[in-house]
Design a protein around this ligand. Structure first.
Ligand SMILES: NC(=O)c1ccc[n+]([C@@H]2O[C@H](COP(=O)([O-])OP(=O)(O)OC[C@H]3O[C@@H](n4cnc5c(N)ncnc54)[C@H](O)[C@@H]3O)[C@@H](O)[C@H]2O)c1
Length: 378
């Protein structure tokens, strides 16, 4: 029997699909809603190949409260939600901010309203280290702890910090209202998961990030340079106050990140903490040049790059202090940056068209047998 049933919004996307897999592996039942704006239903097939179980899927827009109501009504066993569905391109958020507020903030309000109508009381939310903004503006905040003051520097980050406040206010109100009515209040809980930089793919080589459009994260861009789909990587600024002048980020393997969601979900269901924020990062900072070197090593030749000016809204250092998640959730990263590079290379070199192609036969067979092949095995 399933330990519980969880609705995952944005569950066909990059982090959502890995989280669905982690939950199914831990014997949860999974229901996904996604409008496929930036993802493919093929991810459901890959989840099924890897764990032998398939999530239920509904093509639903997160802003459509009536459609969400129907999904909850069809699955009265859902007791928790993991909420990924969002627009996430930092640069684009300054060009079309209203769309970001409509989908991210408006979509979350529709979701919370629908959850409340159906008495679904736990929410795990995809926040971001972006909510901290430039943590170097405050003394002694690198690596960044959860008590670092919030200060997002772009509309995308502001949607995330607004949603954190909305979830906090909503859970608090539901707890207070339940207390007044003499009803159990502990069941209302929220986890605000502030991710650092998700990276990597499934070690099987059959599941990974497949953004529809131009990627804007460092590793997928490097992957495109390595496969020849992109001529060179643009490095935005080499005049930061870091060891080599490029910006510092904390890369976290997507398999570890998915397990972090499982740990937070279990914590909410077992410990009823109310609303709590947790950083999900490794605690290890890596510069852009260090990342280019690490990925070049895995690919086997140097990758071309060009240094250009700084990008507006970028900050010097986003390195996590993950102590709170380590201690309270019993979670820590197990995979390294080098693992992320190897797994990404296995995925992009064997699936240059992402989910728009079948993976090589040898990889499918190995995945079914739970084996990991070298990137060059096809
Ligand atoms: N990847 C990162 O670097 C990163 C870092 C921090 C936080 N996050 C957050 O994590 C979450 C997942 O990110 P990801 O990298 O997996 O991105 P993704 O684009 O792969 O996943 C988001 C999913 O949401 C879906 N979606 C978008 N708009 C929707 C709508 N209106 N209705 C229903 N579904 C919709 C997309 O189709 C996609 O499947 C997002 O909330 C993002 O902001 C991502």
């Amino acid at each position: 029997m399933a330990v519980g049933t969880v609705l995952i919004t944005g569950g066909t996307g990059y982090i959502g699909s890995f989280t669905a897999l982690a939950l199914l592996d831990a014997d949860y039942k999974v229901v996904i809603v996604d409008n496929l704006y930036n993802s493919s239903k093929v991810s459901l097939d890959r989840i099924e190949i890897l764990c032998g179980k398939r999530p239920d899927f509904y093509e639903v827009d997160i802003t459509d409260e009536a459609a969400l109501d129907k999904v909850f009504a069809a699955h009265p066993d859902i007791d928790s939600v993991i909420h990924f569905a969002a627009l996430k391109a930092v640069g684009e958020s300054s060009e079309i901010p209203l769309e970001y507020y409509r989908v991210n903030v408006g979509g979350t309000i529709s979701l919370l309203r629908s959850m409340t109508k159906h008495n679904v009381a736990n929410i795990v939310f995809s926040s971001s280290a972006t909510v901290y903004g430039d943590a170097t503006r405050v003394p002694n905040m690198i690596p960044i702890p959860e008590h670092c003051p919030i200060g997002p520097t772009n509309p995308y980050g502001r949607t995330k910090s607004m949603i954190e406040s909305i979830i906090t206010d909503h859970v608090e109100a539901q707890r207070n209202n339940s207390k007044k009515e003499g009803k159990p209040f502990e069941k209302w809980n929220g986890a605000l998961l502030r991710y650092f930089n998700p990276a990597g793919s499934h070690p099987s080589g059959i599941m990974g990030e497949d953004p529809l459009g131009v990627p804007f994260n460092l590793l997928p861009l490097l992957g495109q340079v390595a496969t020849g789909q992109r001529e060179k990587l643009l490095v935005f600024g080499d005049d930061y106050a870091s060891r080599d002048g490029t910006a510092i980020r904390d890369y976290i393997h997507v398999v570890d990140l998915a397990k972090g969601h499982l740990a937070a979900l279990n914590y909410l269901r077992n410990n009823h903490p109310g609303v709590r924020a947790w950083n999900l990062g490794s605690g290890r900072g890596c510069t852009v040049f260090e990342m280019i070197n690490a990925f070049s090593k895995v690919v086997g030749h140097p990758l071309k790059f060009e240094v250009v000016g700084r990008r507006a809204g970028d900050v010097l250092d986003l390195t996590a202090n993950p102590a709170r998640a380590n201690e309270e959730l019993g979670w820590k990263t197990e995979l390294t940056l080098e693992d992320a590079c190897e797994d990404l290379w296995r995925w992009v070199s064997n699936n240059p068209k992402g989910y728009r192609q079948d993976p090589p036969e040898a990889f499918l067979k190995a995945a079914q047998e739970g084996k990991t092949l070298k990137a060059s095995a096809a």
